[in-house]
Design a protein around this ligand. Structure first.
Ligand code: ATP
Ligand code: MG
Length: 562
């Protein structure tokens, strides 16, 4: 498929390559990508970028995208991670080609190819310990030293490699190395390790293997076996590309199908750590409550926090793909979810930090229904009625005993409008022994009802409120950024844990909600008017409702920093 001329300008550099390949009918003009996570942790927003890119390109060019688990490292991988990764990819809205693939399915074929390399004199068994091999690799400016085992006869290499496979040697006692060039300016070409001995159970192959292939050897060959055409990875693999090609050259004929590795810049987000190892540290040390803690940049965490697949895909689109590393403002991710929720989230009345307000001239035991529209952004969303009465709750910080000049909310002898209802005048208030306001007393003017009243005085402030008797109780979790430093992992002498934001979670247990919210279900999303976007937590249940704040209505951080 070709992109019309008018769209060509907006192609990213990978799309440009793909369109050239289609035009020259490289690999029969097929487009086949893959997303290759290692199942050693939950996916994060960086992976989401890679998922959107790989699956997105397959969609755009009517190609295919495989989900491949890169499970070459038996000791760190777990089924729990495999399941979570599948769930996350599907939740983002993508469908993989056929069944998920596993690099471990290719262990037999990879082994056969290793034998082939040995027979061609392109691989050898090295008996030296790993430290010595590393020392002998030299530096980028100084050539490496050849191993004394480098010129072993083929027959001996075959025998030893088979014995390695049979499990006859202890961990670390031997490796299989590719025989390339110990003087290459590219360190990765200095006889890299292809196989190491590891007596470890693998989540899929059990104890069949006591040798496991290294990433560099396994990856390109796996791509080849799956018919991948464009193998996208992050920039740090650029220097591995000659090795990717070298291994393929050993098994592929000139001029026939072959996959191509293309590197793009990984996503870095401000105020966020992204490496799976660091995320695992946060989980293990109990800094957060699991991989899906709403403060985690994991897809599971973002989902629980209230992010939508559409918002994450829009974010990935917005940041695009680049060839140079950079850091994206986390505010852009928050913008993307705000933008989506603004369109889809019903508006509701919720008081997070309530204080009682009594309208002294409103008849006792009377209630009336106030009609409110559900979403001004969505005409289809309609309207609902909520009860109004003599006793209400308003937000504690919407009232000040001694307000500064520009405080347009409620204060003694001031007037405000209660949203959708009446204008009220504050006559007095009561405090407890600590000086905390316990009750605010007001009077209302029945002629000022919103829309229909004969008097519509101009007042500067409009407050949200909830009727006291019918209010529903809830717990509200106010999440904020987990770190208060822009680059928590970027400090040489300080651990990223030193930059944790102590206020990343505030729990409010006495919140009051409009009655309709009594029977919400996990995952439902709302805009608490004037406060922010909230999502019903997975642990929420009738009688103990729990809401997570996804984002405040406005970007408070930018305001604070300006
Ligand atoms: P981390 O470094 O966070 O532990 P990883 O690269 O080891 O991640 P993999 O499971 O190997 O994680 O990654 C699967 C795919 O996701 C790879 O193709 C990788 O390049 C891509 N990927 C990982 N992190 C990012 C990121 N921050 N931005 C874009 N793509 C990423
Ligand atoms: Mg990796």
């Amino acid at each position: 498929m070709e992109t019309p001329e008018k769209d060509k300008k907006s192609l990213n550099f990978i799309e440009t390559i793909i369109e050239e390949d289609i035009q020259t009918r490289k690999n029969e003009a097929r487009v086949h990508t893959r997303f290759p996570p290692e199942p050693n942790g939950y996916l994060h927003i960086g992976h989401a970028k890679s998922i959107c890119l790989n699956f997105g390109l397959a969609e755009k060019y009517q190609g295919k995208c495989n989900l491949r688990f890169d499970d070459t490292n038996p000791t760190k991988e777990e089924m729990e991670y495999v399941d979570s990764i599948k769930e996350d990819v599907q939740w983002l809205g993508f469908e993989w080609n056929e069944e998920p693939f596993f690099a471990s399915d290719y262990f037999d074929q990879l082994y056969e190819w290793a034998i082939l390399l040995i027979k061609k004199g392109k691989a050898y068994v090295d008996d030296q310990p790993q430290e010595l091999i590393s020392q002998q690799r030299g530096t980028p400016t100084r050539p490496g030293i050849e191993s004394p085992f480098r010129n072993r006869p083929v027959e001996q290499n075959l025998d030893l490699f088979e014995a390695m496979k049979r499990g006859e040697f202890p961990n670390g006692s031997k490796v299989l190395r590719a025989k390339i060039d110990m003087a290459s300016p590219n360190m990765h070409m200095r006889d890299p390790v292809m196989y190491r001995i590891l007596h470890a159970d693998h989540h899929r192959t059990g104890n069949k293997w006591s040798i496991y292939p290294m990433y560099d050897y396994a990856h390109g060959q796996s791509d080849y076996l799956e018919g991948i055409t464009h193998s996208l990875c992050t920039l740090e693999f650029e220097v591995h590309r000659p090795l990717y090609d070298w291994f393929l050259n050993q098994i592929i004929e000139e001029g026939s199908y072959r996959p191509r590795q293309i590197e793009f810049a990984r996503l870095n987000l401000s105020y966020t750590v992204m490496s799976k190892r660091k995320l695992l540290d946060l989980v293990k040390n109990g800094v957060v409550n699991g991989w899906d803690d709403p403060r985690m940049p994991t897809i599971a965490g973002l989902r629980r926090r209230g992010y939508t697949p559409a918002s994450i895909r829009a974010f990935a689109d917005r940041i695009g793909v680049a060839k140079r590393d950079n850091t994206i403002d986390v505010g852009l991710l928050e913008f993307s979810v705000r933008e989506d929720l603004n369109k889809i989230a019903p508006r509701v009345m919720a008081v997070v930090d309530p204080v009682k307000l009594v309208i002294t001239n409103y008849p006792e035991n009377q209630t009336e229904a106030i009609e409110l529209i559900n979403n001004p952004e969505d005409p289809e969303a309609g309207s609902r009625e909520i009860p109004f009465g003599r006793e209400l709750y308003i937000e504690r910080d919407d009232f000040m005993i001694d307000p500064p000049k520009k405080f347009f909310r409620l204060a003694p002898d001031k007037e405000v409008r209660l949203k959708g209802a009446y204008v009220i005048h504050c006559d007095s208030y009561e405090t407890d022994e600590n000086g905390e306001v316990t009750t605010i007393y007001c009077t209302y003017d029945p002629e000022t009802k919103s829309g229909t009243g004969t008097k519509q005085p101009k007042v500067k402030g409009t407050l949200h409120w909830v009727e006291a008797k019918t209010a529903v109780d809830a717990e509200v979790r106010l999440y904020d950024r987990l770190f208060n430093d822009e680059d928590p992992a970027g400090h040489k002498d300080q651990d990223f844990m030193e930059f944790l934001n102590p206020d990343s979670l505030q729990i409010k247990t006495a919140c009051k909600l409009e009655p309709m919210l009594a029977d919400v279900t996990a995952g439902e999303k709302f805009q608490f008017q004037r406060i922010g976007y909230f999502c019903v937590d997975k642990d929420s249940m009738p009688g103990h409702l729990i809401f997570n704040r996804t984002v405040p209505l406005r970007d408070n951080w930018t305001k604070m920093n300006n």
